[in-house]
Design a protein around this ligand. Structure first.
Ligand SMILES: [Zn+2]
Length: 251
């Protein structure tokens, strides 16, 4: 049986039988995989902590016919801080659902893996406000998946401008004032295109180095979620739950 060793993050799991789990793991070397963790729900199992949601571990995997089998795991990070806070947990669940939607079985994406790993890390350390982390994660994830929002030139006339007044989800980018007023496109304020560019280009660790005012924040929030739902053609259940949690908390 082929063996592989890889870092991975548990995106989701389902219980199987008395003591097992089927884990959906985003791995660094093997892309997205489904792996059976035998006996991992027993209190003394060596796979116990690595089988928790969002756990980051070094896994040893055997490839079976339908599933991988997890033979060993060394937990690097459990992200306990995320799991103990319902709002953080809701964000992480949304991040994991997005990562699952854009990843493929057995096709590795180092960039996606690192994006998720770093985002969960900063979500757990509380150094970066969750709302900004969410915007940065969503935009970077779309970029990695081949849908980079275009904020450097008008999507219609292709000219680079100082400012743009709309963002078209269908065209995947900004529209300048010369190119008319597409009512379907989102109206954007001065500075919104610049802020999107910042969020796309900056390291996750530095996402909070630029002040983004509330109007611009809310515009990008609407654009990002609409962009994702339109291009990935999927509704995210975890996003609805996240919205209900956000209503109970402040940004
Ligand atoms: Zn134009």
């Amino acid at each position: 049986m082929p063996i592989s060793k890889t870092e991975g993050i548990v995106l989701r799991y389902t219980n199987l039988g008395e003591a097992d789990k089927i884990l959906t793991i985003l791995t660094r070397n093997n892309g997205k995989i489904k792996g059976i963790a035998k006996g991992c729900r027993k209190p003394k199992s060596s796979l116990l902590s690595s089988s928790e949601i969002f756990a980051f571990s070094e896994f040893v995997l055997y490839k079976g016919t339908n599933f991988y089998h997890i033979s060993q795991a060394v937990t690097r990070e459990t992200f306990y801080n995320i799991r103990k806070d319902l709002l953080r947990l809701s964000y992480a669940t949304y991040f994991a659902e997005l990562a699952e939607a854009v990843s493929d079985e057995d096709i590795p994406s180092e960039r996606l893996f690192l994006l998720l790993a770093k985002t969960l890390y900063y979500l757990s350390t509380e150094n970066i406000p969750m709302g900004i982390l969410n915007l940065g994660y969503q935009l970077k994830l779309m970029d990695i998946s081949g849908y980079r929002p275009n904020v450097v030139r008008c999507a219609i006339c292709r000219k680079p401008r100082e400012e743009y007044n709309r963002f078209s989800i269908d065209l995947g980018g900004v529209i300048c004032s010369d190119c008319g007023n597409d009512e379907e496109a989102f109206k954007i304020s001065q500075g919104t295109a610049e802020a999107i560019k910042f969020l796309l280009n900056i390291e996750i660790s530095r996402l909070n180095t630029k002040k983004i005012d509330n109007t611009i924040f809310n515009e990008i929030d609407r654009i990002a979620r609409s962009f994702i739902q339109s291009h990935l053609d999927k509704r995210f259940k975890s996003l609805e739950f996240l919205d209900s949690m956000k209503d109970l908390n402040s940004r």
